[in-house]
Design a protein around this ligand. Structure first.
Ligand SMILES: [Zn+2]
Length: 131
């Protein structure tokens, strides 16, 4: 990949990583830190629901951070190979990388790997992947 393109993608990854890190652990309810102490029977279900939502957000954030770290490592280890599809060795289009700098497959290979699963729903997923 061209140095200029690499630089843009690296900056994009680093900026996104900083943004995710700055969020810290997503609390259940930052406006009411003592909510747990004062929780009575009625509030319990709501608190549990908030915790589920917060932990799901955290998981997604951790997953994105993991992909960003992996992309930065690949970029540092082998800048010339960065942006080539792992399956077909063709360059992944830059517009796809600009949206998903951690992508390791081009759209056709990504679709092939995902496979035609459970008919009807597949189309929607492919639309989402097809940047
Ligand atoms: Zn490919």
């Amino acid at each position: 990949m061209e140095d200029d393109d690499l630089k843009i993608l690296r900056e994009r990854l680093q900026a996104r990583r900083a943004e995710l890190m700055a969020q810290g652990d997503i609390g259940v309810d930052p406006n009411r830190p003592s909510a747990v102490e004062h929780a009575d029977e009625d509030e319990q279900p709501l608190n549990e629901m908030n915790q589920v939502i917060a932990s799901k957000r955290n998981r997604m954030r951790v997953e994105e951070l993991r992909k960003i770290e992996a992309a930065l490592e690949r970029m540092a280890a082998d800048p010339e190979e960065f942006g080539l599809c792992l399956d077909c060795d063709e360059p992944i289009p830059l517009r796809r990388l600009e949206l998903m700098p951690w992508a390791t497959l081009c759209v056709p290979c990504q679709s092939k790997r995902s496979g035609p699963r459970r008919d009807g729903r597949r189309r929607h997923l492919r639309d989402f992947d097809d940047f």
